[in-house]
Design a protein around this ligand. Structure first.
Ligand SMILES: N[C@@H](CCC(=O)N[C@@H](CS)C(=O)NCC(=O)O)C(=O)O
Length: 283
């Protein structure tokens, strides 16, 4: 097979212009962080949220997520890798593909062995309005796949503060708000408002979730040895999973609340976010 020289293409969700500054999909961020970790050349194709389903259908990539009623939920990211002749429609599968196809590229191994405190992390049962992608085949990286699901459950269950600040593209804003309200079974977008004591309570829940993640999983008992990555000097995909969520929080919380979050657990979250900046270039 003649290998194509065409670059890889990451399909990400276009939010408010400039897209590169406001992109906030945690799963697309995981894919971007992984691509940059591997130092691979790629371009980004920006897709307005209402066109995600038609784009996915046009590319022939089956849905990887379902709504609670069992119908398809069409999502991004998708990665097109023409030289490998594949289109991949799930952020975890994208990371696995990059590792299998370009094992020593860039910063090297995305999936080194994880310590027990990471592989053993369980957030606990949670009923989400849109269930997460079920994982069956992790292609040998089951520990990472499990961690990905647990972290997604933990953040998704505590995300109430983020909705209001989603940086919508004004061209699509009303349409998206109406469709999100319908999905959530509420009357209108205004029902997502979270203010005053109710907001503080949700914030406390998020801090508790992140505090446990910091103390029991990402660090050894909250020990500060100057590093922020699970395995020391170099990040692995576990750090990129959490990093994707931090990028979402940065883009959707107001400046003040993002500063608060950065400062939790002695500033751990701000340091982790900043340490991944080197892999966060939007290309
Ligand atoms: N398991 C999938 C989940 C992807 C996913 O949920 N993507 C969200 C953005 S983070 C999406 O495309 N949402 C489209 C929508 O809300 O209409 C992955 O990891 O790629």
């Amino acid at each position: 097979m003649a290998l194509s020289k065409a670059p890889l293409v990451l399909y990400d969700i276009a939010m408010r212009p400039p897209f590169a500054e406001n992109c906030c999909s945690n799963n697309c961020w995981k894919a971007r962080l992984a691509l940059n970790f591997k130092a691979l050349p790629y371009t980004t194709m920006w897709v307005p949220l209402p066109e995600v389903a038609s784009t996915r259908r046009r590319l022939g990539v089956p849905a990887c997520r379902k709504f609670a009623d069992g119908s398809n939920f069409f999502t991004l990211p998708i990665l097109s890798d023409p030289s490998a002749g594949v289109l991949i429609g799930d952020s975890f599968d994208i990371a696995v593909h990059l590792q299998r196809t370009y094992p020593s590229a860039g910063a090297g191994n995305l999936f080194p062995s994880l310590p027990a405190r990471v592989t053993g992390y369980r957030y606990g049962d949670v009923a989400l309005p849109i269930p997460l992608t079920e994982r069956r085949d992790a292609d040998g990286f089951g520990d990472y796949a499990q961690f990905n699901v647990e972290v997604d459950a933990a953040f998704s269950a505590n995300l109430g503060m983020a909705a209001r600040g989603t940086p919508f593209d004004p061209a699509w804003e009303e349409e998206i708000k109406a469709s999100w309200a319908k999905r959530a079974g509420v009357r209108s977008w205004d029902d997502f408002k979270l203010e005053g004591a109710a907001r503080e309570a949700v914030k406390k829940g998020m801090e508790a979730m992140m505090g446990r993640l910091w103390k029991e999983v990402l660090t050894e008992g909250g020990k500060d040895d100057g590093g922020v990555f699970v395995l020391g000097e170099t990040p692995c995909y576990a750090d990129l999973i959490v990093g994707g969520w931090l990028r979402l929080l940065r883009a959707t919380l107001g400046r003040e609340e993002w500063e608060e979050v950065r400062g939790w657990q002695g500033g751990f979250w701000g340091r982790l976010h900043d340490a991944l900046e080197v892999y966060a270039e939007v290309k």
